[in-house]
Write a protein that binds this ligand. Structure first.
Ligand code: 5GP
Length: 177
């Protein structure tokens, strides 16, 4: 597949920009005076996180964590592996976990359980996209959601298909083979 095949737009650049501005304002209001740590889940969330932090007007810190889920790209096996840990000690900190997309919820449930053992002062989840129909495990702390989307395999704006398409400035989708 070449980039031209991904011309279909599910969520436009303008819609993303507008929604992120709203989410940034909401986070700024909710965390005023608290200096939260925004933790991006690599790799898919890096584009969203980069735009989101610039929409937040209060002091904050950024860190990253990287996980991999065994199984095919489209179907998580439920077994999650930590590839790269945080540099920040989050004990006593207000943590906002930033994900590109919540699908089955398996990856996030693992991550949340893992981060909770480190005793943050608070822990909530912020995801650009929510594929609600596919949920198997509900990560109870999904506080900020950009868009709820149908059950399509989406690409662009940080999300890949076989490592391609992360550079699309909008969200598109891949037709089922
Ligand atoms: P979950 O554990 O919730 O099923 O899956 C979460 C991870 O699977 C996401 O962080 C993302 O990396 C990947 N994923 C789930 N749905 C999609 C999708 O539609 N497109 C892409 N590119 N990745 C997805």
């Amino acid at each position: 597949m070449i980039l031209n095949d991904a011309k279909k737009v599910l969520i436009s650049r303008e819609q993303i920009e507008q929604r992120i501005a709203e989410m940034g304002r909401q986070i700024s209001d909710d965390y005023r005076g608290r200096n939260p740590v925004l933790v991006g889940v690599l790799r898919g969330s890096f584009v969203f996180l980069a735009d989101l932090i610039r929409a937040v007007s209060i002091p904050l810190e950024v860190d990253f964590i990287s996980v991999a889920s065994y199984g095919s790209q489209k179907n998580s096996s439920g077994v999650v592996r930590l590839l790269q840990d945080l540099n920040t000690n989050i004990k006593g900190r207000d943590v906002i976990l930033v994900e590109d997309i919540v699908d089955t919820g398996i990856t996030l449930s693992y991550l949340i359980d893992n981060l909770k053992t480190r005793n943050p002062a608070s822990l909530v989840l912020c995801a650009l996209l929510d594929k609600k129909e596919r949920r198997q495990k509900e990560p109870g702390i999904l506080k900020y959601v950009g868009f709820t989307i149908p059950d399509k395999f989406v690409i662009g704006y940080g999300l890949d298909h076989a490592q391609q398409y992360r550079n699309l400035p909008y969200v598109s989708w891949v037709e089922e083979e």
